[in-house]
Design a binder for this molecule. Structure first.
Ligand code: CDP
Ligand code: MG
Length: 694
């Protein structure tokens, strides 16, 4: 590989000396047996075990306890068990533990069930969107995403079945976590007996404590039963630690993917045994890196023998997850290539080397252009430290940062921006409205969203017919949209499909949009492109999805058929499941389940009814496929993964945007511009000319 990339070993090893004087870690022996006795011993070795009594005392005596502890110290897997052992799940009550990420929910729930020696889905269960592995009579410890807990509030506003709610990974400041914290604070006023635990790896504990500090309303009377203290308690869990040496690249790299590959190869060839954890940004660059490293290893002959290269991102099957967590076979080195899920949500044993690209995929929303997209953006110093920390679990480790020391010290921001301040707020506004919170601007946010973003959300919801002139949920559409556990635009599309007579097809499309991707590159990009062409529809990706779905049913849901057609079998199975659940939701809402057979115009109109805000027009005389969004006149392009790439119809609607060198539209369908005004007269009334030109 080209010499422009720095090679570990060519730079002088240096221990970074940031505020905390190097990153310190503790060690445990990797899990070697799943027998109960061994697991019990492993549990007692975790740093959090020493704090068991302290944690239980704090929870007993305080409404809110904030627990800070390094990743891997045992917060997520142990604290819910301690609570159960101490009786917090007696009398039919339930202990909840929330996570921002679905994969983390599944993985920790499985681990806790194993440690307790119970069947997952009975005493220990989990719920993520479209997947409920709990038993209402038996489940006492329940892991769930923060988004699912928010949804549960719609049926049970005081979350009355829970005795303790542990909001985990609070440092991530995900949108749903922040809204949840605001709502839990309200619930606590009505339910003083409810206990909250806020757990995180690197929280700014003081600001959280201030947020939860509820001032006493009147002086206390002597002899009065005051209940738990309302001032939050803060506990910091400390662990035994190993040093992690930090290496920086000497010159900035232009291609972090190639730099990653050459760094991994170099570690593998020069360094002693120990697993490697690589942080990239998403499924696309992770799959590419897996491929490149595998090729490179094979070309270099002997070195391919000792490597097992595994991807880690959401949407992995159980079997793939198990591979990630199982110890490397003797003499083999595991190379796990991950999104930032392995930063703090999941702990992998046996990692000795970390390669940090310095990037992650982040959501960014611009209220001026009304564009939200996923951007590959630089991480913060806090994230960089967390990533480095993953190298020191079994023995002293090494972290290779693919950016310069100067960049780290002088340019990287200290902390990330809470998701709340870089998201489209439409979903959150609907949820708060559905929970009866009318004064959204006055809501007690842990950090306030921008007024512009709020106004934009209200405007889009008004155009979708979800809110009325008084900004109240409309009946029935507003309430229906709130009931469907999907983005409001998708929900609106489903509701509109009722009248257009294509709900069966739209539900299929919605189910497919809810999984990461139904395509999978088995043999290479060329095969994948050819497979896509076999299903491609002139109308666009949504209709193409329907063709794939029909083919899958005709094949009798065959995995072989999927393999032959570069289709992800597991994703298709998930689509079938999600589809069934959405049909049930639709029936509950009184929508008719009808098929439009081959009338694709009805389907495209339904898509327009939900996604009119994402309409774009091809620039007149554009030779390179430049589109402009109708609303903000932003330049966008059709993503190469779309079947409309290079077809470039005049008018299109996209499902989402991703941004790399340009803004790319993903999942695109062609439309007739007259449908826009039909679907959203208010939204497009200011631009009458725009629609008629061209
Ligand atoms: O939440 P925190 O980061 O503090 O730690 P944890 O997730 O509770 O992890 C405690 C221990 O359980 C670590 O040693 C993990 O490697 C282990 N664990 C595991 O082996 N398999 C899982 N699916 C989850 C955790
Ligand atoms: Mg955790």
């Amino acid at each position: 590989m080209a010499g422009q990339f720095w090679k570990p070993g060519s730079a002088k090893p240096r221990l970074i000396d940031d505020e905390d004087g190097g990153v310190l870690f503790y060690s445990t022996t990797p899990s070697s047996s799943s027998s109960y006795v061994n697991l019990e011993k492993e549990r007692q070795r975790l740093p959090v075990y020493k704090y068991r009594e302290a944690i239980l005392y704090l929870v007993e005596t305080h409404s809110t306890s904030i627990i800070v502890g390094e990743t891997g110290s045992g917060k997520t897997t142990q604290i819910p068990q301690y609570l159960k052992e101490a009786g917090w799940a007696d009398g039919g009550r339930v202990i909840a533990c929330t996570q921002p990420r679905r994969l983390a929910v599944q993985s920790v729930a499985a681990r806790v069930a194993e440690e307790m020696g119970v069947t997952l889905g009975e005493e220990v269960g989990y719920t993520i969107r479209f997947e409920d592995v709990t038993n209402p009579d038996l489940t006492r410890i329940k892991f769930l995403t923060d988004g699912v807990l928010l949804r549960e509030m719609m049926d049970d506003p005081l979350l009355s079945k829970y005795s303790v709610i542990m909001v985990d990974e609070a440092h991530e400041r995900s949108l749903a976590t922040d809204i949840l914290l605001g709502l839990l604070k309200k619930i606590q006023r009505r339910r003083p007996e409810l206990r909250l635990i806020i757990a995180s790896a690197t929280i700014e504990a003081k600001s959280m404590a201030e947020f939860f500090h509820i001032r006493k309303r009147r002086p206390q009377l002597e002899g009065e039963d005051h209940g738990p203290q309302t001032e939050p308690a803060i506990l910091s869990v400390e662990g035994r630690a190993f040093n992690v040496q930090i290496f920086y690249i000497e010159e900035p790299v232009s291609d972090y993917l190639r730099a990653t590959v050459s760094t991994v190869m170099s570690i593998h060839n020069k360094e002693s045994m120990g697993d490697i954890l690589v942080f990239l940004t998403g499924q696309d660059d992770i799959d590419a890196a897996v491929q490149l490293i595998t090729d490179e290893a094979q070309n270099s002959g002997k070195s391919s023998l000792g490597m097992i290269v595994l991807p880690l991102y959401s949407g992995l099957t159980r079997a793939d997850q198990d591979l990630i967590f199982s110890p490397s076979p003797r003499g083999k080195r595991k190379v796990v290539i991950s999104t930032n899920i392995a930063e703090t949500s999941l702990t992998l044993e046996g990692i000795v080397y970390v390669v940090d690209s310095g990037f992650s995929k982040q959501r960014f929303y611009n209220p001026i252009t009304d564009i939200e997209n996923l951007v590959v953006a630089p991480i913060s110093k806090a994230s960089a430290r967390q990533r480095a920390g993953r190298a020191g679990r079994v023995r002293p480790g090494k972290c290779y940062r693919l950016y310069t020391e100067d960049y780290f010290v002088n340019e990287m921001s200290a902390h990330g921006i809470p998701e709340m301040q870089r998201s489209n707020l439409a979903s959150s506004v609907i949820q708060l409205k559905a929970l009866g919170i009318d004064n959204i601007l006055g809501f007690d946010w842990p950090s306030s969203p921008s007024p512009e973003a709020m106004v934009r959300a209200l405007e889009v919801l008004y155009s979708l017919g979800v809110l009325d002139d008084d900004a109240k949920l409309t009946s029935p559409v507003g309430f229906q949209v709130a009931e469907i556990p999907l983005d409001p635009m998708v929900s609106k599309m489903i509701i509109a499909s009722d009248q257009l007579g294509c709900s069966e097809e739209i539900i299929t499309v919605s189910a497919i949009l809810s999984v990461q991707s139904i395509w999978i590159s088995v043999k290479g990009q060329k095969e994948l492109d050819e497979a896509k062409m076999r299903f491609a529809a002139a109308e666009g990706d949504h209709v193409t999805f329907l063709n794939v779905y029909k083919g899958f049913l005709q094949s009798n849901r065959s995995s072989k058929w999927c393999h032959q057609n570069s289709i992800n079998y597991h994703a298709m199975k998930k689509v079938i499941e999600v589809r069934q659940q959405l049909r049930r939701v639709a029936q509950r809402l009184g929508l008719a389940l009808k098929s439009c057979e081959n009338d694709m115009q009805a389907l495209r109109k339904a898509v327009t009814a939900g996604f009119f805000a994402n309409a774009c027009r091809l620039e007149p005389y554009s030779h390179n496929g430049t589109y402009k969004t109708l609303r903000g006149s932003q330049e966008v392009y059709i993503h190469p993964s779309s079947v409309l790439f290079r077809v470039n119809p005049k008018w299109v609607i996209y499902n989402s945007l991703v941004s790399t060198d340009r803004q790319y539209m993903r999942n695109v369908i062609s439309i007739d511009p007259s449908w826009l005004r039909e679907a959203a007269p208010h939204f497009y009334q200011q631009q009458p000319l725009n629609l008629n030109r061209h």
